[in-house]
Design a protein around this ligand. Structure first.
Ligand code: ADP
Ligand code: F6P
Length: 447
C-alpha cells in the first residue's frame, strides 16, 4: 500500500507535532498517526530569498513533515489577501467585505505552482494525495500538469456558498474548473455539497460533490479534560468563580465567529434577566488570528471597546461580567476549562464545521454536564439538534438561550448531553478520514 500524502497550507509547527492545535491540524492529527505518511505545506516562516525555498523535512512519530518557507510578498498576496481577504469572507457569505486584485490571483497561482514544484519530486507512483482547504484549490491541476497520475482528493474545510454568492469571485469559473483535476471533492455539509453541485450545474458541468462532516478524537479530548481537571490553573479558575456559573467561549479572533453579536447577546441577558447579575462569569478566549488583515485588526479594536463598555457598565466592585483573553491557552487547559463550564457559547455567523462545539461536548462530565448553545449556521448544527440552537444575529435569542441553559434542570442537561455525546462519538476524525479515503480509492479517475 502506498503512502498518504497530506497537503495543507498550515502544518503543525515543530512544538505542536505531537499534540497539534488548530481546526485543520487537530482534525488531521489522528489521520496520519499509524500510517506511513508525509505532510507537506508552509513552514509558518518567511524568507526574503525566493531561491531559498527548498523543502525541509523532519520525521516525528512516523510522520514526515515537509515544509517550505514563503517570501513576505507571497505571504501577503497569497495568504493574507487572496486566501483570507477574498475567499475566506466570500465563502463565509460576506461578499460586502472582500477585496480583489489581479496580482493577488497571480500570487495565489504562483504559490500553488511552487507547492506542486516542490512536492512532485517527493512523490511515489502509488501515493494517495489528499489536499486540504481553500488555499490550495488549483494544486491538483498543477500536480497533474507535472505528470502526477495517482489518486488526488480535495477537502474544503470552510463553507461553500451558492452560485449567487460564488459568482462574485471574478475567477470563480476558472477555480471551479481547476478543481475538476481532483478525483474526489469533499465538503463539510449537505448544504455545501448542494451549493457546489449547483455551481457546476450552472457551468454545464457534471461533477459529484460529497459531504464528509469532520469530527474530533472525542475519547482523547475527554481524557485530556479529566486528566487536567485538578491542575492548579483549573483550581484557580474554579476558586475565582466563587460559586458563580461559568459561560465559556473559545474561538480564533475571527469575524466569522460572531464574537460581537455574542457579547451583545450576553449583555441582553444581563439586562433582561437581572437575576443573573453577579451570578455568572463569561470567559471568552480569543487568540488573535491573521493579524496582517485589516478586517481582523478592526474586529480586535471593536472587541476591546465592546468588552470594556459592557464591563464598565455592568461590573461591580467585586465582580466583572466578562473575562476576555487574547493570549493563547494550552490545549490541555482548554479541555479542563470546558469541563468546568456550565454553558458554552458557540455562535458563529457561518462556520465550516466548528470543532469547539464537539470538544465542549466531549469534555463534559456525565454527572453534571454543561449546556451547548450553538449557531444554526455552524456546519456542526445539523448533527447536533440537542444543543440550544440559536440565530446568532438575534441577540435576544442568545439571551433567552443563555437563561434557559443557566436554569436547566440536571435531568434535562443530561438528556441533551447524552444524545450529543453519542453523536460526537459516532463521527470521529479517524472515521471521517477513513470514509473520505475509501471513497477516494473507489472513485473513477478524474476526467
Ligand atoms: P477554526 O478552524 O475556524 O479555527 P474550529 O472550531 O473548527 O475553528 O477549530 C479550532 C480548533 O483550534 C479547535 O480544535 C480548538 O480547540 C483549537 N483552539 C481554539 N482556540 C485555541 C487556543 N486558544 N489554544 C489552543 N487551541 C485552540
Ligand atoms: O478551518 C479553516 C482554517 O482556515 C484552517 O485551514 C486553518 O488551519 C484554521 O482555519 C486556522 O487558520 P490559519 O491557518 O489562517 O491560522
Amino acid at each position: 500500500m502506498g503512502r498518504l500524502i497530506i497537503v495543507s497550507n498550515r502544518v503543525p509547527s515543530p512544538h505542536e507535532r505531537v499534540q497539534p492545535a488548530g481546526g485543520l491540524t487537530v482534525g488531521l492529527a489522528d489521520v496520519v498517526r499509524g500510517v506511513e505518511s508525509l505532510w507537506f505545506g508552509w513552514s509558518g516562516q518567511h524568507t526574503e530569498e525566493a531561491v531559498a525555498q527548498e523543502v525541509t523535512c523532519e520525521t516525528v512519530a512516523g510522520v514526515t513533515y515537509a515544509t517550505i518557507d514563503l517570501t513576505s510578498a507571497q505571504h501577503e498576496r497569497y495568504y493574507e489577501h487572496f486566501s483570507n481577504d477574498l475567499i475566506w469572507p466570500l465563502f463565509h457569505y460576506r461578499p460586502g467585505i472582500i477585496t480583489y486584485h489581479r496580482q493577488d490571483l497571480a500570487a495565489y497561482y504562483g504559490v500553488n505552482d511552487l507547492f506542486a514544484d516542490r512536492l512532485a519530486p517527493l512523490l511515489r507512483r502509488d501515493d494517495t494525495i489528499w489536499v486540504h482547504d481553500y488555499h490550495l484549490i488549483p494544486l491538483g491541476q498543477a500536480l497533474r500538469a507535472r505528470g502526477v497520475a495517482g489518486k488526488i482528493g480535495f477537502f474544503l474545510h470552510i463553507p461553500c456558498p451558492p452560485w449567487s454568492v460564488m459568482r462574485v469571485l471574478p475567477c470563480a469559473e476558472e477555480l471551479l474548473r481547476a478543481m475538476v483535476a481532483y478525483d474526489l471533492i469533499g465538503v463539510q455539509t449537505e448544504e455545501d455539497a448542494r451549493n457546489l453541485g449547483e455551481c457546476y450545474e450552472v457551468m454545464g458541468m457534471d461533477r459529484t460533490v460529497r459531504a464528509f462532516p469532520i469530527g474530533i478524537d472525542p475519547r482523547g479530548f475527554e481524557q485530556e479534560a479529566k486528566d487536567n481537571f485538578g491542575d492548579p490553573e483549573v483550581r484557580r479558575l474554579r476558586e475565582s468563580l466563587r460559586g458563580r456559573k461559568l459561560i465559556i467561549g473559545v474561538d480564533r479572533l475571527d469575524y466569522s465567529k460572531g464574537l460581537l453579536e455574542r457579547l451583545h447577546g450576553y449583555e441582553a441577558l444581563l439586562k433582561r434577566f437581572p437575576e443573573h447579575l453577579r451570578g455568572v462569569v463569561f470567559v471568552q478566549i480569543a487568540p488573535p488570528s491573521r493579524e496582517g488583515v485589516a478586517n481582523y485588526q478592526a474586529l480586535r479594536r471593536e472587541l476591546d471597546e465592546l468588552v470594556g463598555f459592557i464591563n464598565g457598565k455592568h461590573a461591580d466592585f467585586d465582580w466583572t461580567p466578562i473575562r476576555y483573553l487574547t493570549q493563547p491557552v494550552p490545549r490541555h487547559l482548554l479541555a479542563a476549562f470546558h469541563r468546568l463550564a456550565d454553558v458554552a457559547l458557540v455562535t458563529p455567523l457561518r462556520d465550516g464545521m466548528n470543532l469547539v462545539a464537539k470538544e465542549f461536548v466531549a469534555a463534559q462530565d456525565d454527572a453534571d454536564p454543561g449546556v451547548l448553545i450553538l449557531s444554526h449556521f455552524a456546519g456542526a448544527a445539523p448533527d447536533m439538534p440537542e444543543a440550544l440552537l440559536v440565530n446568532p444575529y438575534d441577540t435576544d435569542e442568545i439571551a433567552d438561550a443563555l437563561h434557559q441553559a443557566l436554569t436547566m434542570s440536571l435531568v434535562a442537561r443530561q438528556n441533551r448531553w447524552r444524545a450529543l455525546r453519542a453523536e460526537v462519538g459516532l463521527n470521529t476524525a479517524a472515521e471521517w478520514a477513513k470514509r473520505f479515503l475509501s471513497t477516494l480509492e473507489a472513485s473513477a479517475p478524474s476526467s
